[in-house]
Design a protein around this ligand. Structure first.
Ligand code: ZN
Length: 265
């Protein structure tokens, strides 16, 4: 039993290594398309509208004209712009952002498109991904592989330039944007064993959520999340490899991440 498991695991590692090697070879010969899933950081970036959160700030400390060298400094909440929620974000005794093993930060991307269902014109801005949406997706593209990174494309990136429209608060301050449902998160984490989720909104839990079940389900299993991803409309449903590079803040609950996809042509 144990031996078979080990053998399978070795085969899996060999296949992943060969896949990664092929991808890197193709990158050097220009046969790999690279898509940046990261928004540039600036003072207009969306951030979780919690108490004592603030916008991104950057100031110049020295300039080439005056000082002969250009440098600056910045300040930001961890959960602003394109960023990672480390497992420690919602759960005790889970890794902070600096403790996530680097080998965990590469994976196959699966993209599920709910942009029509969540659109403001005819759709539901409070839409939550259903398990049936996933099984429908699998009928067309095959079973989601273990340790994949599942990305939910909601179309919310079209609102990115306007923080008001992006968080979409009503007159009572309640937020309206789509996300994963509790049931879909449980299915993806426990039945499909995916290692991470990502989304093109402020949160993997939909805007109206008060108890953040998707965060708890993933973080309690030691798994991380990506929020405010850019360019999800440019990714195929399968076939992209994601590289995730979060900032290494010691003890951080998460932080800004450069996220990009490699697609073999
Ligand atoms: Zn976050």
């Amino acid at each position: 039993m144990c031996y078979i498991f080990l053998l399978n695991f070795c085969l899996f590692l060999m296949a992943s290594t060969l896949h990664a090697q092929g991808l890197l070879d193709a990158l050097s010969t220009g046969k790999t398309r690279v898509i940046d899933l990261t928004y540039p950081l600036n003072s207009k970036n969306a951030f979780w509208p919690g108490e004592s959160y603030n916008s991104f700030k950057h100031e110049v400390l020295a300039s080439l004209e005056k000082d002969g060298v250009y440098s600056g400094r910045y300040s930001t909440p961890e959960h602003l712009g394109t960023h990672m929620d480390a497992p420690a974000h919602f759960e005790p005794n889970q890794p902070t952002v600096d403790k996530i093993p680097l080998e965990d930060l590469v994976g196959l991307a699966v993209v599920i498109d709910v942009s029509l269902k969540a659109s403001a014109s005819g759709g539901d801005p409070d839409y939550r991904l259903k398990v049936e949406d996933i099984t429908e997706w699998e009928k067309r593209h095959g079973t989601i592989p273990q340790r994949a990174i599942v990305l939910l494309y909601t179309g919310w990136g079209r609102r990115w330039a306007d923080y008001g429209r992006y968080k979409n608060a009503d007159e009572n301050g309640a937020l309206h944007f789509p996300g994963f449902s509790r049931e879909s998160a449980l299915f993806l984490s426990d039945t499909r064993q995916v290692k991470a989720l990502g989304i093109d909104t402020l949160s993997v839990d939909y805007g109206l959520s008060g108890d953040f079940p998707v965060h708890h389900i993933f973080n309690s299993r030691g798994r991380w999340l990506l929020e405010n991803l850019a360019n999800l409309d440019k990714l195929p449903p399968t076939g992209a490899t994601l590289i995730v590079a979060p900032i290494k803040i010691e003890g951080g609950s998460g932080g800004q991440a450069r996220v990009w996809a490699l697609i073999r042509e």
